[in-house]
Design a protein around this ligand. Structure first.
Ligand SMILES: Cc1cc2nc3c(=O)[nH]c(=O)nc-3n(C[C@H](O)[C@H](O)[C@H](O)COP(=O)(O)O)c2cc1C
Length: 158
């Protein structure tokens, strides 16, 4: 099964999950990055990110290569920002058509995902979500992360 993981990660949590999936499934990784991926920290990071969500912004992305037709399974991951999938992921989905595909979805958050998964699924209407999960800042315990990823991907027979 040819698998891609398309993800955005600001602080490294979704990137860590993506790397673990790559190790497990030999998946291709497509890491989305905003054009002005400045290293913001503290208040500036939350202010910028939160305002992107509130103002329904779609921040421009650096060029990436992704052909949905080349994959049997597409795994999509994003951090939760203000109870929504981070806007860079929305940019990607607004400019790259994915339809009729088998998907697995994940979110990373700090304990308050709100309706972010429902919002992500709405952006991906027209596909089949085979399995979904979320991780609370998963960097602390890699063994637990691996276990959770395997459990999440079990419905795929992976
Ligand atoms: C702008 C911004 C908004 C956030 N909003 C939320 C939120 O609404 N709920 C939550 O649980 N965590 C929130 N977080 C925390 C991140 O979702 C969490 O740290 C996640 O693991 C980050 O993933 P990443 O390291 O791949 O960027 C927010 C973080 C940022 C930067």
């Amino acid at each position: 099964m040819k698998t891609a993981v398309v993800y955005y990660s600001c602080d490294g949590n979704c990137a860590l999950v993506a790397e673990q999936i790559k190790a497990l499934l030999n998946a291709d990784l497509i890491r989305l990055q905003t054009k002005n991926e400045k290293k913001r920290s503290g208040f500036a990071k939350y202010f910028w990110g939160g305002s992107q969500v509130v103002m329904h912004k779609k921040p421009a992305l650096k060029p990436y290569v992704f052909d949905a037709a080349a994959y049997d399974l597409i795994i999509i991951g994003a951090p939760v920002w203000a109870a929504s999938p981070a806007p860079p992921l929305e940019t990607f989905l607004s400019e790259t058509k994915i339809s009729g595909k088998k998907l697995a979805l994940f979110l990373c958050h700090a304990g308050g995902k709100g309706k972010a998964m429902d919002k992500l699924k709405l952006l991906l209407a027209g596909n089949t979500v085979a399995t979904e999960t979320d991780f609370v800042n998963p960097a602390g315990d890699i063994q637990e992360l691996k276990r959770k990823i395997e459990e999440w991907l079990k419905p795929l027979g992976a």
